[in-house]
Design a protein around this ligand. Structure first.
Ligand SMILES: [Fe+2]
Length: 287
């Protein structure tokens, strides 16, 4: 089954638990009409990229919300930082209102401003995000957490953000699990000791990294796997578990993104997590 896109009008009557249920089942929630206004001064952030060009994105992290990768005058950089802080609050409010069962357990991580078009330079296949994949972070093991992301298209010219979405995680995992290399607890401990990773890479993290790579490397799968094109228009906000939903970013520029973490144990149905799906397919608990 291909991941469904579920449109959620702002005034949706709250049907307890239905949206979290859909998300956990692999849907993308699309909110067509949430407000996130820009001031006259802030319009410039969608006229041209305020980025130093060294990294893909500009972002803030942590309580201090230190801005990284930005360009512009000190006044402009502070204004951009405030946009990102406001977007983080917007994402928090979205969770509180539409996913109230997650409110207490969710933690917000980085917030990013993405002014550049999807990179179609001949990147290495591993960094090519036009290829269908699930998200996994090489240096930042996440263990028993889920990756929940809130995106918003802020393009000023009507240009959509174009995605592909793929088949459900379980069907994908069935095809790829047999090809993945075994996990070594010893090398996981070494990588943590050498600070190659920020924490010990669990077997789940190991599997997800190798899944990410195996998926992107498989040209035949990329071309022929079940998939659908999706367009997200300016003013639209979309939310998904990006560790579960197969996706590729095909085009579009000027976007805001918030990453959040949710413990598997805080899900309505922990069995629907990639952690439990992989364990189930392997017929054992993960190390
Ligand atoms: Fe991704």
């Amino acid at each position: 089954m291909i991941s469904p896109i579920l449109t959620v009008p702002r005034e949706r009557p709250t049907e307890s638990g239905a949206l979290a249920e859909a998300l956990e089942g692999g849907a993308v929630l699309m909110f067509p009409d949430l407000d996130f206004p820009f001031s006259d001064f802030e319009q410039r952030f969608t006229d041209r990229p305020f980025a130093d060009g060294k990294a893909k994105n500009v972002n803030i992290r942590g309580e201090a919300a230190h801005l990284r990768g930005a360009a512009g005058t000190p006044e402009e950089q502070e204004a951009l930082r405030q946009v990102l802080i406001r977007y983080r609050q917007f994402a928090r409010a979205l969770v509180d209102r539409y996913l109230p069962e997650y409110t207490r357990a969710v933690t917000l991580a980085g917030t990013s401003y993405r002014p550049f078009d999807v990179d179609r330079r001949k990147l290495s296949w591993r960094r090519d995000d036009t290829r269908l994949h699930v998200d996994a972070f090489p240096s930042n093991p996440i263990g028993e957490k889920r990756i929940l992301r809130v995106f918003r298209n802020i393009n000023p010219d009507g240009q959509p953000r174009r995605w592909r979405v793929g088949e459900d995680f379980g069907s994908m995992a069935e095809k790829f699990l047999p090809r993945l290399p075994g996990y070594s607890p010893l090398s996981a401990r070494l990588m943590a000791a050498l600070r190659i990773t920020k924490a010990r890479r669990s077997e789940y993290d190991h599997l997800m990294l190798h899944l990410h790579d195996a998926l992107k490397q498989d040209e035949a799968y990329q071309a022929s796997a079940p998939q659908a094109n999706v367009e997200f228009y300016p003013g639209q906000t979309w939310v998904t578990f990006s560790d579960l939903v197969m996706h590729g970013a095909m085009g579009g520029r000027y976007m805001l993104e918030q990453t959040a973490y949710l413990p598997v144990s805080a899900q309505a149905h922990p069995d629907k997590s990639p952690q439990r799906i992989l364990a189930h397919k392997l017929g054992r608990t993960l190390q």
